[in-house]
Design a protein around this ligand. Sequence first.
Ligand SMILES: NC(=O)c1ccc[n+]([C@@H]2O[C@H](COP(=O)([O-])OP(=O)(O)OC[C@H]3O[C@@H](n4cnc5c(N)ncnc54)[C@H](OP(=O)(O)O)[C@@H]3O)[C@@H](O)[C@H]2O)c1
Length: 276
Amino acid sequence: MRWLVTGGRGMFGTDLVLLLQERGEDVVAVGSAECDIRSLDAVRDTMRDFDVVVNAAAWTAVDDAESHEPEAFAINATGARNVALVAAETGARMVHISTDYVFDGTATEPYAPDHPQAPRSAYGRTKAAGEWAIRTTNPDALIVRTAWLYGEHGPNFVKTMQRLAGQHDTLNVVDDQIGQPTWTKDLAAYVVELVTSGKPGGYYHGTSDGTTTWCGFTREIFRLSGWDPERVKPCTTADFPRPAPRPALSVLRHDAGPAVRRWDAALAEYLVACDH
Ligand SMILES: NC(=O)c1ccc[n+]([C@@H]2O[C@H](COP(=O)([O-])OP(=O)(O)OC[C@H]3O[C@@H](n4cnc5c(N)ncnc54)[C@H](OP(=O)(O)O)[C@@H]3O)[C@@H](O)[C@H]2O)c1
C-alpha cells in the first residue's frame, strides 16, 4: 500500500512514518511547506496515487486557539475537509486524528465514540467542525480521537516534567483532570492496525488502557526515573488558570478499535527508549 502522511513531521506523524518505514511500506511524509492543507489545490496536487492518507496536520496550540480561532479553523476544519474531499475523489482511505476536546469533559463515565460532541474551547470547536466536515464529505474515513499524547519527536508533558524536575525540589501538578496518557508510537500502531484490518468508516478512540491524573502521571515519570514521587504535590485546575478550559474527564471508551496497552507500561518503555 502507498501511504501519505500530512503533518508528517509532527510528533505523531514522525512516529507513524517511522513505523511504516520499519514495516517496509511505501510512505511519503509532507509538512506544511510541501502541502498546506488549507489549500484544496495543494492537497489535490499532493494526493495523487495513494491508497491511504493519514491527516496528522493540525493547529495544536490549545490556548492560542482561543485568540486565533479562525486560523485554527482554517487548518482543523477546512484543511481536514480538503483532505477528506480529495481522498473521496481519488479513492484513498482517509484516517484523521482528532481529540477528546470535542467533548465537554464533564461526564462521569468514559466517552463512547458516538457520544454527542460538545466542545468548550476554540480548539475543540475547530476539531469538532473538522469531524463533521469529514463525516459529510467522506463517510468511509476513519476518525481516530486521541488524548494526552507524548512522543520523542515533539515537545510534550513528559519532557516538561523531566526538565522541571531538574529545576525544582517539589512540583505542584493538577490532580483533578483524569485521562489516558498515550505514546505516539502506540497510536501509530493503532492507526496501522485499524487500516490493515479494514475497519469501517466512523469514530474510533485511540488512547491507552487505564487512567490517571496529571499528578499521577508525573509521579510515575518520577518513580520510573529513580526520583522520589513524593516531590510531586497534587493541586487543582483552579490553581493553574489557562485561556482554554481543560476537560475534567478525558477518558475515551474503547469500543471498536484494536487494543492499546496500559499507559504505565508504555511510559516505562518510552523512558527506556529516550535513554538510548
Ligand atoms: N498532542 C496531543 O496531546 C494531542 C491530543 C489529542 C489529539 N491530538 C491530535 O493529534 C494530531 C497530531 O498531534 P501532534 O501532537 O503530533 O501535533 P504537532 O506535533 O503539532 O504536529 C502537527 C503538524 O501539523 C502540521 N501543520 C500545521 N499547519 C499545517 C497546514 N496548514 N498544512 C499542513 N500541515 C500543517 C505541522 O507541520 P509543519 O511543522 O510542517 O508546519 C505540524 O508538524 C493532531 O490532529 C492533534 O489535534 C494531539
